[in-house]
Ligand binder design. Structure first.
Ligand code: CA
Ligand code: CA
Length: 259
């Protein structure tokens, strides 16, 4: 049961959202990668290594809208063209140690403000060109320094093939941790394992924040970012939580009226 949420955080989040604030203090920006263009930087996301936005790749089609993004490992160790980041650079970027014997990789990262306790999910597809010889390449998410590995090549079932890549079905990963009200940093990436050979590609789309433990919206500013299913208020909510919610609503109204 939750209690004693920091009231100032709820108020700050509501005020910033109502004011149209973006960057570090917003819900996830460009959550479905619809703003990206092929071979250009994907707006609102930082990246190290190799990756880009694209429409479809053979059987891998966006699960939301018209675009998705990729992240790639190198084809060979120290490959120069479309180079992935070395592991030191990658770990510094994601703010965590992966604890795997990796050579190189790529990742996207964004810092955002969650207005209400929420679940986070996204859709992924894994591609690889040399199963069994190129190492047990791994795909991961990092939330606030905590690493979650959601795909290991050796465990994957490949059902499609396109342009020399074998491809999994598109699947949804939901972080096992609830994102509480406040600022969070999320990275999603892929690393090259084993001998550092063999190319792996991760396709991503459709990040969704879903509010839990009460009504209201977790997203709202990002289009496709707020699949909210409010649950009824329960007796478990403390008076402080109710007070914070009332204050949040009042502040939001004032902010809207002031525009
Ligand atoms: Ca999309
Ligand atoms: Ca590999």
């Amino acid at each position: 049961m939750k209690s004693c949420r920091p009231v100032w955080m709820a108020v700050l989040g509501a005020v910033l959202l109502a004011a149209g604030a973006s960057d570090a203090f917003a819900v996830i920006a460009n959550p479905s990668f619809e703003q990206g263009k092929k071979k250009k930087k994907v707006p609102d996301w930082d990246m190290v290594g190799s990756g880009n936005a694209l429409k479809k790749f053979g059987p891998v089609v966006p699960t939301d809208g018209k675009r998705q993004v990729t992240l790639r490992t190198n084809q060979k160790v120290n490959q120069r063209k479309k180079k992935a980041a070395d592991i030191e650079t990658l770990e510094q970027f994601i703010g965590a140690t992966l604890s795997v014997d990796a050579f190189d990789g790529s990742a996207y990262k964004q810092t955002f403000f969650v207005e209400q306790d929420s679940e986070l999910s996204f859709d992924w597809t894994f591609g690889n060109n040399v199963k069994g010889q190129g190492g047990n390449d791994v795909a991961f998410a990092v939330l606030d320094g905590e690493v979650y590995i959601f795909a290991e090549l050796d465990d994957l079932v490949f059902v499609n093939r396109h342009k020399k890549l074998q491809l999994t079905e598109t699947q949804t990963f939901t972080l096992p941790e609830i994102l509480e009200i406040g600022e969070h940093t999320l990275s999603i990436g892929i690393v090259n394992m084993g001998t550092g050979t063999g190319r792996s590609v991760l396709f991503l789309d459709n990040l969704i924040l879903t509010a839990v433990n009460g009504g209201g919206g977790a997203g709202g500013a990002g289009g496709g970012n707020s699949a909210v299913n409010p649950e009824p208020l329960t007796a478990g909510l403390t008076m402080m939580s109710l007070g914070a919610m009332a204050l949040t609503i009042r502040r939001r109204r004032h902010a809207v009226q002031a525009q």
